[in-house]
Design a binder for this molecule. Structure first.
Ligand code: FAD
Length: 286
């Protein structure tokens, strides 16, 4: 898709119908949203250019935010800064924290959630939040529209369930109530800037009993660590766990980490158990 010579044809549609008609005609075109990922690390911008580029950032429908009692719909070209303007009291706490942790702040003025979700080769730090909040995605192409959960959109490896001529148009974030909602990011900047972990954990508690819990770890690649079996093992448990109860938890976690083979670094394998321990302690704090 990327060509290294010649000037690209740049199109800047302003309406969704115009965009879909154009992309139907030029399905090989590069969709350019905030451009932060596309241009990342490119000293010479002209060095990495597609024959046809469709700048979708000015499409009015993709720049809308719509809130109901049950969810918030965010257009795929809305920037992270504008999403943060919605406010920490309205956005799910984990999402707000994940967006604030996107640095430097200037990137947030350009980067969009649409672009973040459509990156193929890596899932970036916010992915565990999307997954646990069970966000839904609207995909449209000329003459059709569909909604799918993020878990089905981003498959194993770098596969995205995106059909020819399809554009991600809206991201639906359901509102749900969690007693505990945390997001944490653990970078290992000095040794290896791409070797990081992000963590999202959600729980419903009654006194010190876990009524419901979800947690997931994101990595710089496409590996996401989540174990439903482990979540189910913890549901109904009284905290703090008795010593004998920690054994099956540790075993299930180890089995899950092993299933990722070489997909996890030594740093990630080492830190995941302690972050889970930290999360379980946090459940007792409030
Ligand atoms: C300095 C820096 C720091 C960063 N820090 C973080 C961080 O902390 N956490 C994190 O998660 N990410 C981080 N990123 C990555 C950033 O999140 C993504 O680059 C950004 O969200 C992508 O959005 P964009 O609008 O710029 O996408 P673009 O670069 O415009 O596009 C990215 C990809 O998505 C495709 N695409 C875009 N929109 C659509 C659409 N609507 N439908 C279909 N395909 C589409 C494009 O064709 C392209 O393949 C950082 C990037 C930079 C440069």
């Amino acid at each position: 898709m990327i060509e290294s010579s010649g000037s690209p044809n740049i199109y800047t549609p302003s309406s969704l119908s115009e965009l879909l008609a154009l992309y139907d005609k030029l399905p090989q075109a590069l969709l350019f949203n905030g451009g932060t990922h596309i241009l990342r690390g490119q000293g010479d911008l002209s060095a990495r250019i597609a024959a046809n580029v469709i700048n979708i950032s000015k499409v009015d429908d993709l720049n809308r935010i719509h809130r109901t009692e049950r969810h918030i719909d965010i257009g795929s070209a809305v920037t992270v800064s504008r999403i943060l303007d919605i406010g920490a009291n309205i956005l799910p706490r984990s999402l707000h924290e994940a967006l604030v942790s996107m640095l430097p702040p200037a990137v947030r003025n350009l980067a969009t959630l649409g672009g973040n979700i459509c990156i193929r080769d890596r899932q970036h730090t916010i992915y565990p939040v999307y997954l646990l909040l069970e966000i839904q995605l609207e995909l449209r192409r000329l003459g059709s529209a569909r909604w799918i959960p993020l878990s089905r959109f981003a498959g194993p490896g770098s596969h995205l369930d995106m059909q020819r001529g399809e554009v991600l148009t809206r991201i639906r974030i359901p509102f749900s109530t969690w007693d505990r909602e945390v997001y944490r990011r653990i970078d290992q900047e000095l040794e290896s800037p791409n070797d990081y972990l992000s963590f999202c954990g959600l729980a419903r508690m009654e006194k010190n009993v876990i009524n419901d819990v979800r947690f997931a770890f994101g990595t710089a690649g496409t590996v996401v660590v989540r174990s439903r079996e482990l979540e189910n093992e913890l549901i109904g448990r009284h905290l703090p766990l008795a010593r004998r109860e920690t054994v099956p938890v540790a075993e299930l976690l180890e089995a899950n980490l092993s299933s990722h083979g070489d997909g996890l670094s030594a740093f990630q394998r080492d830190r995941i158990p302690s972050i889970l321990g930290w999360f379980l302690e946090r459940l007792l704090e409030e």
